[in-house]
Design a protein around this ligand. Structure first.
Ligand SMILES: Cc1cc2nc3c(=O)[nH]c(=O)nc-3n(C[C@H](O)[C@H](O)[C@H](O)COP(=O)(O)OP(=O)(O)OC[C@H]3O[C@@H](n4cnc5c(N)ncnc54)[C@H](O)[C@@H]3O)c2cc1C
Length: 443
């Protein structure tokens, strides 16, 4: 099993009652618990496996505003400020560096898209710089391709996925949050139509407020309670190289490869946009809602095939009772196998671009399951049908970067504080039966 995440201690005591239970210890759950604990709210963060063990430690580590959906941009902009502050507040390094992000291209259509996106982003107060061919070469020195231009976002950055969630969870614990790993939430306890607690594998915790931040599992959890959260999980492959000379201090995407320089001198690499979807009961249930997304340019890089997801894991069908072992405990850490052909192609792309990196090898490769919504914008929303239930999920491949602001927004929603950004674009109701689903804008 692939796990590359720092360890974090559980709390000494298991609570009988709290104000808020947060399900899932990824970046969204840990930052939500941290924000609530900072406000003096009693909160329990329950994780079925390890804090940060799924997507939040398996991602590329990019923290970006550039090319985000306009609905997401306010969250992304606020999140950069939170990332900047977190290490200092907590007294632990989350690995955040505001290194800037560069995209280079040899395709005029990409340049035109970045230009159009930049104009819309300026209306939100975000400025990045479109690069000429010469400037693109200056920003990506040592690359062999002929760039016709690029885009540079100096206020973007990156953080370290193996460090961030454990550091934030420890910060939450030190501020009074209960943290418990290997503790799945099996379901909600309901009294007179409202939440009265959660059933965990260690018994009942009484609470009136639950935030579901279960990543790839959230949709299945919600369905058990009759709540439809349309989701499709896409498997992405990432790799870490051995250490090599520094060719960029931060993050760079070329048409062949996306790379990030890590703190230890190695690189995180991937093929931009590539992924795999397995046919599953969940996928079939929501297929029509995802039609537009799958038909878009993304579909060209997506493989769709049969696999184990039909029978096991977050996308499978099947009911469970809350006094029985649940699907969440049967798979403590979702660890899809990487596509090694893709990993090798990413390394070849890197070495074709940077002859200076001919000597680096694949140190390890891993898979990660990305939970997506039909419009590729997250759901951060109360569930109208279940008073006291809030969803913060469906981060569609962007949640590491926007996680800290999403956690703040989720905390605002459950405490009644003024929301840090307008929550309307993230409401679950936009996917209600008969609603027109917006085309994904993400690049
Ligand atoms: C290959 C890859 C590359 C990516 N690159 C980037 C990037 O560069 N930048 C970026 O911003 N984003 C990126 N992402 C997306 C990003 O990683 C996710 O959007 C983000 O981590 C989602 O965080 P989360 O907290 O919602 O989910 P997760 O990190 O998946 O956490 C959910 C947690 O909930 C737990 N859980 C589920 N159900 C239960 C239950 N019933 N009881 C208890 N616990 C439960 C799970 O065990 C899991 O730990 C990438 C993702 C992948 C896979």
């Amino acid at each position: 099993m692939f796990v590359n995440v720092d360890a974090v201690d559980d709390s000494a005591n298991f609570p009988e009652q709290v104000d808020v239970v947060v399900i899932g210890g990824g970046i969204v759950g840990t930052t939500t618990a941290y924000e609530l604990a900072c406000r003096g709210v009693s909160v329990a963060l329950l994780e079925k496996g390890l804090i940060g063990g799924e997507q939040s430690s398996r991602n590329w580590g990019w923290v970006r505003q550039q090319n985000r959906d306009m609905f997401e941009l306010p969250l992304a902009m606020h999140s950069l400020d939170r990332w900047e502050a977190l290490s200092g507040e907590i007294g632990r390094d989350v690995g955040f560096r505001r290194s800037g992000i560069v995209y280079t291209t040899d395709n005029p259509a990409s340049l035109a898209k970045w230009e159009a996106w930049g104009e819309k982003a300026r209306a939100h107060g975000f400025n990045s710089q479109l690069l000429t061919a010469e400037q693109a070469h200056d920003k990506a020195p040592g690359t062999t391709s002929r760039w016709i231009g690029g885009v540079w976002s100096p206020t973007d950055g990156h953080a370290e996925p193996s460090m961030a969630c454990p550091a934030i969870a420890a910060g939450a614990r030190e501020r009074g949050a209960y943290i418990h790993q290997n503790c799945a939430v099996r379901g909600l306890d309901m009294t007179a139509g409202r939440i009265s607690g959660v059933w965990t594998e260690r018994g009942l915790i009484r609470t009136a407020s639950v935030i579901c931040a279960g990543g790839a599992w959230s949709s299945r959890f919600c369905r058990r309670h009759g709540v439809e959260l349309p989701a499709a999980n896409i498997m992405g492959t990432t790799l870490q190289t051995t250490a090599g000379p520094e060719v960029t201090p931060g993050c760079l995407t070329t048409p062949k490869v996306a790379l990030r320089r890590r703190l230890d001198g190695s690189y995180t690499l991937a093929m931009p946009g590539f992924g795999r979807v397995e046919i599953s009961p969940q996928g079939l249930r929501y297929a029509t809602k995802f039609y537009a997304a799958y038909r878009s340019k993304l579909a060209k890089k997506l493989q769709i095939r049969a696999g184990r997801s039909f029978f096991r894991g977050p996308e499978a069908a099947g009911r469970w009772e809350f006094d029985q072992v649940s699907p969440f405990e049967r798979q403590r850490i979702l660890d899809p196998a990487p596509d090694m052909a893709q990993a090798r192609a990413a390394l070849a792309g890197l070495q074709a671009e940077y002859p200076a990196l001919k000597g680096v090898h694949i140190a390890r490769a891993w898979g990660g399951m990305i939970d997506t919504t039909p419009d590729m914008v997250p759901v951060i929303s109360p569930v109208d049908a279940i008073p006291g239930f809030t969803i913060a999920s469906g981060f569609s491949g962007h949640g590491f970067g926007i996680g800290p602001a999403a956690g703040q927004l989720a905390a605002d929603l459950v405490t009644g504080a003024t929301p840090v950004v307008d929550p309307a674009p993230y409401h679950l109701e936009r996917f209600a039966k008969g609603s027109r689903i917006r085309q994904p804008e993400m690049m």
